[in-house]
Write a protein that binds this ligand. Structure first.
Ligand code: SAM
Length: 384
């Protein structure tokens, strides 16, 4: 699945080596902004130390926990066979509208049919928008019939989230679905034709095969609170948001699936109410510098070491590569590496070139890797 700001690409481009090297001396690895879970999973698979991860979004925690929370493979075929049977019994109660062609009238019919399904939260909120009614009913049915026992339950939910992300009728994230306009209809049809069950089955296989060497834990939590539980010997990974647009704007559909429920939605993007969407101080321009400074101060007080990644340029949340180095130097000895990365503009609204014009969703940019170690204390030696 694509995740905005994911370090998957950078893991093969400098970051992987840096983490491998720094984690040889660590007792624990703590990822404070887990996102897709790519970094936490990388370390958990390589090193026999517990990986602890945090994120404000529940779906991110599910994706991460599915891997860092296990030290064995699972029998994905058995899980899938039984799970699909349970879901099919629910699915059989519904006759979603189908058509060979996606027309404006058909989309309208799909939306009305879906909105009336009060006992199917994903269908009611997103059917006829991000998902065809048939896809949405399958997602609801699978969500309601997850395996009861852990770790199978979390692994199954992670597979469902990944499959939903791959199937959603939207460009890489879920800020706005494709519409039934002249140019949008073909994208809508292509996405609505995707076989959600096949994708769940495939993701379940991939996730089941992947596991940590030592059992760790992913939790929903605020990085600035999580740091209070750090200890000496922790290697902390810090990859904070760089955008003034909250992540929850782009990932509310996946978070709804993770939570299994959704209140009223509104707008073209079908956003749940603000109270259901996590807000981050790192995405508020007037607060991001304070939040980052406070975070690094506590990491330093706890005598942990840290790796920070941040785009080199000035970002729309008010932080920049230069600023992050300046803040880091207040508390740590800092080594800096620069790598080329693919930078997500989170919907094209980032300040990259200073003009704020519409841009491609991903751009090539430079990203900093900062390696932070405790400052050496200088002792005064007395000359006798
Ligand atoms: C740049 S992304 C991290 C990407 C991740 N390293 C990866 O490889 O996919 C930033 C993440 O921080 C999360 N986040 C934002 N504010 C947070 C906070 N205060 N505490 C914990 N997580 C937060 C967002 O939900 C988002 O998933």
């Amino acid at each position: 699945m694509k995740y905005m700001g994911s370090k998957r690409w950078m893991l093969r481009n400098g970051l992987g080596h840096t983490l491998d090297d720094a984690s040889t001396r660590a007792k624990r690895f703590v990822d404070l902004f887990a996102g897709s879970g790519a970094v936490a999973a990388h370390v958990a698979r390589k090193r026999a130390i517990p990986v602890v991860a945090y994120d404000l979004q529940k779906f991110s925690v599910v994706l991460t926990q599915a891997i860092v929370g296990r030290d064995k493979t699972l029998d994905d075929e058995k899980i899938w066979e039984e799970w699909k049977k349970r879901a099919a019994r629910i699915r059989a109660h519904y006759k979603p509208p189908i058509a060979d062609q996606v027309t404006k009238a058909f989309v309208e019919q799909c939306r009305q049919w879906s909105e009336a399904k009060k006992s199917l939260p994903i269908t009611e909120a997103y059917g006829g928008h991000y998902f065809s009614p048939s896809q949405a009913v399958w997602i609801d049915a699978l969500r309601k019939t997850l395996p009861l026992r852990e770790p199978g339950r979390t692994v199954a939910l992670a597979a469902l989230i990944r499959a939903a992300s791959e199937s959603a009728a939207s460009p890489g994230h879920t800020a706005q679905p494709f519409q039934s306009t002249r140019s949008g209809k073909k994208f809508l049809k292509e996405a609505w034709d995707r076989d959600v069950c096949e994708r769940v089955k495939r993701s379940l296989r991939v996730i089941s095969e992947t596991h940590a060497r030592t059992i760790g834990k992913a939790r929903v939590g605020d990085a600035n609170k999580a740091v209070s539980s750090l200890r000496i010997g922790d290697l902390v990974f810090i990859d904070p948001p760089y955008s003034c647009v909250h992540y929850s704007r782009f990932y509310h559909v996946l978070d709804t699936i993770a939570r299994g429920k959704c209140g009223p939605v509104s707008g073209v993007g079908r956003y749940p109410e603000a109270s259901e969407r996590p807000r981050s101080r790192y995405s508020i321009k007037s607060e991001s510098i304070d939040a980052f400074t406070n975070l690094l101060k506590i990491v330093s007080d706890k005598k942990a070491t840290a790796i920070v990644t941040f785009p080199a340029h000035e970002c729309s949340n008010g932080l920049s590569g230069k600023e992050t180095i300046k803040i880091a130097k207040q508390f740590f000895s800092v080594k800096t590496k620069t790598v080329h990365s693919k930078f997500s503009t989170l919907g094209g609204t980032q300040i990259v070139d200073g003009k704020g014009n519409g841009r491609a969703a991903r751009q090539h940019a430079k990203e900093l890797i900062l390696i932070l170690s405790p400052k050496r204390t200088v002792r005064n030696s007395r000359i006798g």
